[in-house]
Ligand binder design. Structure first.
Ligand code: TMP
Length: 212
């Protein structure tokens, strides 16, 4: 339907999404592909305001409210950024999207994953990512990374939500990846170079097939 390609990068906090996103965008731009780098939550002006409420409020939101705010961010993101870029023919690379909602609000917070899929479909105008790069890492290993890098704020977010929450989110991602050909699991405990190489092969193979 669109000329462009939608790539999402997913995984639990600490999986190394931003490092991969930057490396991938750099490589594709070097090959003269038009690339739009974006993220959820917070890819748009409204998204930035929603993100402030979602991630910076002292008081945790009710999971339903939290989910609906993420969904509103997603709808705005699609309307304002993702759809126009796909129509232009860009390669859109988004740090998180719909699968985060299934993993975090569905598996993590207990909201019915089918309901989430339905609302995601609505917010995304029925568009699905072409490729999802899922960075697979256990919550234990992610926590160790934060501690090693002494990212006190990220580490405390992990502690606050509790070990079981992260286990449920990681399980959610595993379930999603088992049930979808779109989602490619990559070993995120490998070196950044190896993670990039795996992702790059997946993306360029897809782009080559799309051109045929
Ligand atoms: P980040 O901007 O540091 O990636 O933080 C985003 C956080 O929001 C991360 O902990 C995952 C969470 N999140 C959800 O819980 N549901 C969602 O739908 C999205 C997009 C993110």
């Amino acid at each position: 339907m669109f000329k462009g390609t939608l790539i999402t990068i997913e995984g639990i906090d600490g999986a190394g999404k931003s490092v991969l996103l930057n490396a991938l965008a750099k490589a594709l731009i070097k090959e003269h592909h038009p690339v739009l780098v974006t993220k959820e939550p917070g890819g748009t002006h409204l998204g930035k305001m929603l993100k402030k409420v979602l991630l910076e409020e002292e008081q945790a939101c009710d999971p339903r409210v939290e989910y609906l705010l993420f969904a509103a961010d997603r709808a705005e993101h699609f309307q304002k950024l993702v759809i126009p870029a796909l129509m232009r023919g860009d390669i859109v690379i988004s740090d998180r999207m719909a699968d985060s909602a299934v993993a975090y609000q569905g598996y993590g917070q207990g909201i019915d994953p089918h309901l989430i899929q339905t609302v995601n479909h609505f917010a995304m105008h029925g568009i699905k990512p072409d490729i999802t790069l899922y960075l697979r890492i256990s919550p234990h290993e992610a926590r160790m990374r934060f501690m090693k890098r002494q990212e006190a704020q990220d580490h405390s977010t992990m502690e606050r939500k509790g070990e079981e929450f992260w286990e449920r989110v990681a399980h959610g991602y595993e379930q999603l990846s088992i049930n979808s050909n779109r989602i490619h699991a990559i070993n995120a405990t490998a070196s950044p170079e190896a993670v990039f190489a795996a992702a790059y092969t997946i993306v360029t193979t897809f782009l080559r097939t799309k051109r045929l």
